[in-house]
Design a protein around this ligand. Sequence first.
Ligand SMILES: Nc1nc2c(c(=O)[nH]1)N[C@H]1C(S)=C(S)[C@@H](COP(=O)(O)O)O[C@H]1N2
Ligand SMILES: [Mo]
Length: 517
Amino acid sequence: MEGSDRGAWALVGVLTGAAGLATSHLTAGLGGTTESPVVAVAEQVIRLAPGGATEQAIDALGHADKPVLVAGILLVLAAVFAGLGVLAARRRAAAVAGFTVVALVGLAAVVAQPGDPVAPVLALAVGYLTWLAVLPLLARPLEDLAPDIADGVPVGEPWERSGASDRRTFLVRVGLVAAAAALTTYGGTLAGRGRRAVEEARRRLTLAGVTRPRPDPATAAGVPGQPPWQTPNGEFYLIDTTIVPPAVDPADWRLRIHGMVDRELELTFDDLLERQRTEAWVTLACVSNEVGGDLVGNAWWSGVRIAPLLEEAGVQEGADGVLQTSDDGWTCLTPLEVLTDDRDALLAVAMNGEPLPVEHGFPVRTVVPGLYGYVSATKWVVDLEVTTFDDAQGYWTDKGWSAHGPVKLASRIDVPRSGAEVAAGEVVLAGVAWQQHTGVERVEVSVDGGAWTATTLAAEPTVDAWVHWRHAVELDPGEHNVRVRATSRDGEVQTGARVDPAPDGATGWHRVDFTVA
Ligand SMILES: Nc1nc2c(c(=O)[nH]1)N[C@H]1C(S)=C(S)[C@@H](COP(=O)(O)O)O[C@H]1N2
Ligand SMILES: [Mo]
């Protein structure tokens, strides 16, 4: 290949690569993803690098470690793309395969990231499709310049030999792709700026008075395969109506408390942090959770109780609800009573000892023990309007869900899993049970339709959190099943009547079928 030719093909590779990185960057920005796929790769490198090497690099580079790493990855990518361009001159399919490999490396890094992978995987897919589209767009005009082949040997020097108009087609496309890639990258940076700024603000935030969770070890039934009593943030279920989570800078956050009150209040984030801090274990559950489902989690929440704030505002006679509104306009109507009684209904700023993750409502959300999330747990909360159930309703109530959503008594079997095969002899059954703010008195299991038998409960440090249970049984080889039911501290026995989640929460006993080998 002629030198100028090879240069042109390398340019094809680099521009193709850049175009795909640009569209994936834009998709990531529009999707509210924290970072572009390239940054995900950088973070994977940091994670996979031997601890010492990472520390040395951070030592040497200070906080510039990530930008430097990203720049390094971009340089490596540029070289790879140039190589793939040169490869495309002879074997286009091999170049496409090369781009596919690069995309798969990105995919591996992206799915290894904590958090929801959908948006970053979409970003990667868009980038990959861009590669597939742009490569022929640039390669074709260049192929038209290719030298004649005589007896298997190229004749002449194509770049010099070709007509000016052929070269112009190629150069015009190069210019267009370069301009589009630059614009798209700029757009992606603009689109992602809000989220990145908020992530940065979150990283910088130090919340005085927020302590690390220290769950009592006795809360764990200690059965392998059982989800932990404290749900880590990265494993906590996510439910909301947003596509892109709101990016709310704590510096801009305001909470307005108004409506049927004597004195309107408006609080900044700093105002809120000046109030007395309360920390509590609270299990949050979604009304959509099916029997046996996993839309439920238990965390250590730090924040400020809502009751004293409402008292300060002076709630007027006749009010019976508080309409909560989030930054993105989602609403829920919460009974006034649960916000003013002695429970820890919180404006939470931290989850498991860290500032709230953006997806979980950064910088402030509400958490109310004993109610489903859809009537109480507003993420990105910015407005509390004291009102009545006659005058207002929340987002989901408007769509046919019940106006009131107290959590229903529930229990779940986590071990063994449905369809599992376990060893004969002593079989350990384990799970959780919850009825926040009432508490669980007893959990019983029925094996193969037999009598209800009490299980052993782990420690239940608060009635606002779920409780682990375990039970060991001797079982012969063959097919078996187990059902579970809880009894609350009020004496209510969990009903076996199967009811769907709509309109106010599922009921029924969870059953697991398994095989003893
Ligand atoms: N702003 C906002 N807050 C919201 C929702 C929402 O759609 N938007 N969904 C609610 C529902 S239905 C539940 S179950 C909980 C889930 O909280 P999580 O995603 O932190 O687990 O948030 C609640 N708060
Ligand atoms: Mo929910």
